[in-house]
Design a protein around this ligand. Structure first.
Ligand code: COA
Length: 244
């Protein structure tokens, strides 16, 4: 029984809803563990994955209270980057249905999916440098692949947030729909894929995804930042309620 996820298993898909309402669905260690369990199910018996967030938020990032305590060792373990890579490598396509904020690790989780669909209230962003760290779980390279280097650097370095219209124009999301229709439209997208030959879909995904070498360098840089005073004081400030 998952604590941080709501999981619905169907014949051709698994629907996972991130559910930590007290922390805007922030990704903590329990959620990482539970998402690994979902990956394990999907690796054993390939099905489509629909990933969404509860309560009008996709996910407000990695859990900052946990991040604050992590050091070099944890950065080198690539806690989030390995999970998101595992999700990216799932045998069959994955769709993130994003309503509200997808920030930091939450955005990276959405970037790791094969496709994204957004509600008109969706907002993507990577505010990690404001907390004294870098987005080490995929944003530094997946976002560039998705929207191009110029926009990716606006998001990563200049704190640009992409609203639903931006995300659609840039091709980050396939479709923008009213929040009330998000899940219906996302399921329609999966229905379309479910109609394809499963092996064809699986091999197409495998061939379309070129291998990349990034998590190692991201984790090394994160290992330095995780030890910095600046990171601690910025996370302390966030946890004390200051918003910059
Ligand atoms: N980690 C841990 N807790 C988080 C969190 C995170 N990433 N994001 C939100 N929360 C918690 C808040 O601390 C708050 O807890 P409290 O009720 O005990 O004070 C609760 O979730 C609600 O957040 P709040 O900021 O009050 O909600 P909001 O609607 O005003 O703002 C956000 C929503 C997403 C804009 C804001 O929470 C935010 O900026 N979160 C951090 C985003 C971020 O920097 N992510 C990158 C992390 S790598």
């Amino acid at each position: 029984m998952a604590e941080t996820l709501r999981i619905e298993e169907r014949d051709d898909r698994i629907v996972v809803t991130l559910h930590r309402p007290e922390a805007r669905n922030a990704i903590n260690a329990a959620m990482v563990r539970e998402l690994h369990d979902v990956c394990s199910l999907l690796e054993q018996r390939p099905r489509l994955l629909l990933l969404t967030g509860d309560g009008g938020t996709f996910a407000a990032g990695a859990d900052i209270a946990e991040l604050r305590e992590r050091g070099r060792e944890q950065a080198l373990q690539g806690i989030n980057s390995r999970l998101f890579d595992r999700i990216a490598r799932l045998p069959l396509p994955t769709v993130a249905a994003v309503d509200g904020y997808a920030l930091g690790g939450g955005a990276e989780l959405a970037y790791a999916c094969d496709l994204r669909i957004a509600s008109s209230g969706a907002v993507f962003g990577n505010p990690e440098p404001g907390l004294g760290i870098l987005a080490a779980a995929g944003a530094c390279w997946r976002l560039r692949e998705l929207v191009g280097a110029s926009v990716a650097k606006q998001v990563l370095l200049a704190g640009r947030r992409l609203d639903a219209d931006d995300a659609y124009r840039l091709g980050l999301v396939a479709e923008v729909v009213p929040a009330g229709e998000l899940l219906k439209r996302a399921h329609a997208m999966l229905d379309r894929m479910a109609r394809s030959g499963p092996l064809a879909l699986r091999l197409t995904k495998l061939v379309a995804d070129a291998p990349g070498g990034h998590p190692v360098t991201d984790d090394l840089a994160q290992a330095i930042l995780f030890e910095s005073e600046d990171k601690r004081s910025r996370m302390d400030a966030f946890l004390a309620g200051e918003r910059r």
